[in-house]
Design a protein around this ligand. Structure first.
Ligand SMILES: NC(=O)c1ccc[n+]([C@@H]2O[C@H](COP(=O)([O-])OP(=O)(O)OC[C@H]3O[C@@H](n4cnc5c(N)ncnc54)[C@H](O)[C@@H]3O)[C@@H](O)[C@H]2O)c1
Length: 169
């Protein structure tokens, strides 16, 4: 059965590979990305493309009205140095932006959300705190209960493949 899937961050490194895998499996794929670090040419041919910020009403409306069965979330401010220098911006994109999409998913009756977390937040020194009180984890738990969304978090370790920024491949 063909699924209708939204991949955020699909013009970026991990997201564009995820899009390729869905297309190869025969799914319909829409990419949402603001191209702040991603590249339009990294969006695999065959995927629809919407340029929008995950914090915007337009992004929330796309999730709510797109009749998606699955939201696979990879759009992120993932520069560690910037997250330390400007934590408010980091939280706006990574926490509030994600909540904005989750709210769209609740309104649009999206059945499943897959979320790219980081191995650094789960298996490092702060593992227990991050799992128990981290804002994203806490919010996910609330959404899971209230909206009955099936939320799956993938904890990625650093990955090096073609299209990774700074990778000499
Ligand atoms: N690459 C790794 O080794 C690694 C390791 C651990 C976790 N992760 C996680 O995987 C996810 C994807 O990482 P990546 O390496 O593909 O990063 P990336 O920077 O290549 O991709 C992120 C994408 O998100 C888009 N984006 C950023 N801010 C946005 C916004 N406000 N609205 C819409 N789109 C926005 C960017 O344009 C880019 O295309 C991130 O959550 C990251 O923390 C990656």
């Amino acid at each position: 059965m063909t699924r209708n899937i939204l991949v955020t961050g699909g013009a970026g490194f991990i997201g564009s590979h995820v899009v390729e895998a869905y297309l190869a499996a025969g799914d319909d794929v829409t990419v949402l990305d603001d191209l702040s670090t991603g590249k339009r040419e990294h969006v695999p041919p065959g995927a629809k493309f919407v340029q929008a910020d995950v914090r915007s009403p337009a992004a929330r409306e796309l999730v709510a009205k797109g009749a998606f069965t699955l939201l696979n979330h990879h759009a992120a401010q993932m520069d560690v140095r910037r997250s330390v220098a400007d934590p408010l911006f980091d939280a706006e994109v990574n926490v509030l932006g994600f909540l904005n999409l989750l709210e769209g998913a609740r309104l649009g009756d999206v059945q499943r959300v897959v979320f790219a977390s980081s191995g650094g937040t789960v298996y490092g020194e702060t593992a227990r705190a991050a799992r128990r009180v981290g804002p994203e984890a806490a919010r996910l738990a609330v959404w899971h209960r209230q909206a009955r969304l099936g939320v799956l978090s993938r904890d990625l370790f650093p990955v090096v493949r073609p299209r990774a920024r700074g990778a000499a491949l």
